[in-house]
Ligand binder design. Structure first.
Ligand code: ZN
Length: 521
């Protein structure tokens, strides 16, 4: 009788502690960074080497349809991948591989699909032995269920969809645990205490930013209100929620955060409870931070720390800067136990040193469900990756320079041929965001008379912050745009703020319509 009682009590205790549906009770690590920050640079590299070898040989090659074929077609033995430098044996993966136009189901080739036969063939003896023992003690059903938890897709996000067609990317329960971990690492990095409140204003959508924030707060045990952004609750609704919740931290996309703070400023609200603003999903300029800071100060929120995050669908995670004085960008604090970043020359594909400028190439070390290896992000970083203690927070991890521009956007829109010239539209954004008098702007590229054979026209729609002399302002603007892009706009149209908000779809779209290409294709 006694052993039975002990067993029952033990089970009850575990159940009581963990709650139903979560039998694996573990004490959460108080410091989610511990696994990285306790290692030296050399130890980090050793960890990455061994994880890479394991990941390629135990998960990717055996279970990924795409990579199995890729390695076989190129006669590459996965056993030869033993360290980071061996990665260059493998061809790159690009977005085009994920979204083949002729095959909408292509993304499934990137999902790990284990079966009994492949497990027997590829898994090391010790892991097979463990499975056999589990099967004997707890039954085949238990083994099937635990493999299901590790591999079966249960969640999905898409790319934001400014470029190409959206790419579906799946997560298993195992991946959700990793999403929880990166989320709690970020909450820890932001130095958010358990008695603080956060407001998640990212648009509610199957996009990484919203869910990374949602899961991160949940895992860290911090109160979070996820409003879903302007499209779900309206700006009036978001402001009401903000004033009632009084969060110390808000997270969202730069354009909407800016819009919401301006909305609060116009209504003379007291935002003195705000301490930190975390921006995601878009590049911000120093000019943007300064303008936002001025509006916040006007609302009584002085010295608010404004900083950014970086992430993309295929990584199933995001990385963040730590808050630094004077809104300096501290660099994205990476998770070298979970991924490898290479830096390459975007033209030649040649691998460069870690601290060089170049295109970022991502390889997962610990993903299940959808997996990419040597994925070309199309993002160009200036300043590469640095190591050693962070000068702002002291954490020892790899840090990725914050100066990243999305080359991927440029492939079909930003790098556009206007008036016969190849123009990087990111430069327009940089110029316009950094002019203190500019509140909102939009660029329209169109054909003269809407005739597909006629010449291109570039129109700038402009909402200034205050009364300005339109003529002198237009001349200054033309000069600045000419200097940065060698292209002068045909026309600068001044429009009132409410009309501009509609033009940009600030309150109705997940991503604002900053640059419109209205040329008939
Ligand atoms: Zn730091």
């Amino acid at each position: 009788m006694a052993p039975f009682l002990i067993y029952r009590t033990g089970l009850f205790f575990r159940f009581f502690m963990a709650g139903p549906g979560r039998i694996y009770y573990t004490i959460p690590d108080m410091n989610p960074w511990h696994n990285i920050t306790s290692l030296s640079y050399r130890q980090i590299k050793e960890l990455q080497n061994s994880r890479l070898e394991h990941f390629i040989n135990t998960h990717v090659y055996p279970f990924s349809g795409h990579y199995r074929k890729l390695l076989d077609d190129n006669k590459i033995n996965p056993r030869h991948v033993k360290s980071i430098s061996d990665l260059r044996l493998l061809p790159f993966t690009s977005k085009l591989d994920l979204v083949a136009k002729d095959d909408p189901q292509r993304f499934k080739d990137f999902i790990l699909q284990p079966d009994q036969e492949k497990i027997r063939q590829f898994w090391p003896k010790d892991r097979l032995l463990k499975l056999a023992v589990q099967s004997l003690l707890k039954g085949k059903g238990f083994v099937r269920e635990s493999l299901g938890k590790e591999y079966r897709p249960v969640f999905m996000t898409f790319t934001t969809g400014t470029t190409n067609s959206p790419v579906p990317f799946t997560y298993s329960r195992y991946d959700i645990e990793n999403l929880n971990l990166s989320g709690s690492r970020m909450v820890n990095l932001f130095n958010i205490q358990s008695d603080e409140r956060i407001m998640n204003i990212f648009p509610f959508a199957p996009h990484l930013a919203f869910w990374q924030t949602f899961f991160g707060a949940l895992e860290s045990g911090v109160f979070a209100l996820s409003t879903g952004g302007g499209k779900v609750m309206g700006t009036e609704g978001n402001l009401t929620a903000l004033m009632r919740t009084k969060p110390s931290v808000i997270l969202g996309v730069p354009s909407y955060i800016y819009h919401l703070v301006r909305f609060a400023q116009e209504r003379k609200q007291d935002l003195s409870f705000l301490k930190k603003i975390v921006l995601g999903a878009a590049k911000v300029t120093a000019g943007y931070k300064q303008k936002l800071d001025e509006m916040l100060s006007d609302c009584g929120a002085k010295g608010v720390l404004i900083f950014g995050t970086y992430g993309f669908t295929e990584a199933k995670t995001a990385w963040a800067e730590c808050p630094a004085e004077n809104n300096v960008s501290s660099g994205y604090h990476l998770y070298p136990d979970k991924e490898i970043f290479e830096i390459i020359d975007p033209q030649t594909g040649q691998v460069k040193d870690e601290d060089q400028d170049g295109e970022l190439v991502y390889t997962s070390l610990d993903a299940r469900a959808s997996v990419v290896v040597r994925y070309r992000t199309g993002d160009f970083v200036k300043g590469g990756i640095s190591h050693g203690p962070c000068p702002y927070c002291g954490r020892v991890t790899l840090r990725l320079s914050s100066d990243i521009s999305r080359l991927s956007d440029t492939k079909d829109l930003s790098l556009s041929k206007i008036k016969g010239m190849l123009v990087n539209l990111n430069h327009f954004a940089e110029v316009l965001n950094n002019i203190a008098e500019v509140d909102e702007w939009q660029i329209e590229i169109r054909k003269h008379n809407n005739d597909p054979y006629d010449s291109d026209e570039l129109v700038v729609y402009m909402t200034p912050k205050k009364e300005i002399n339109e003529k002198t302002f237009s001349e200054m603007l033309k000069d600045k745009l000419m200097g940065a892009t060698e292209l002068a706009p045909n026309e600068i149209k001044f429009v009132p703020l409410d009309e501009m908000i509609k033009r940009l779809e600030l309150e109705t779209a997940n991503k604002e319509k900053r640059i419109l290409d209205n040329r008939p294709s």
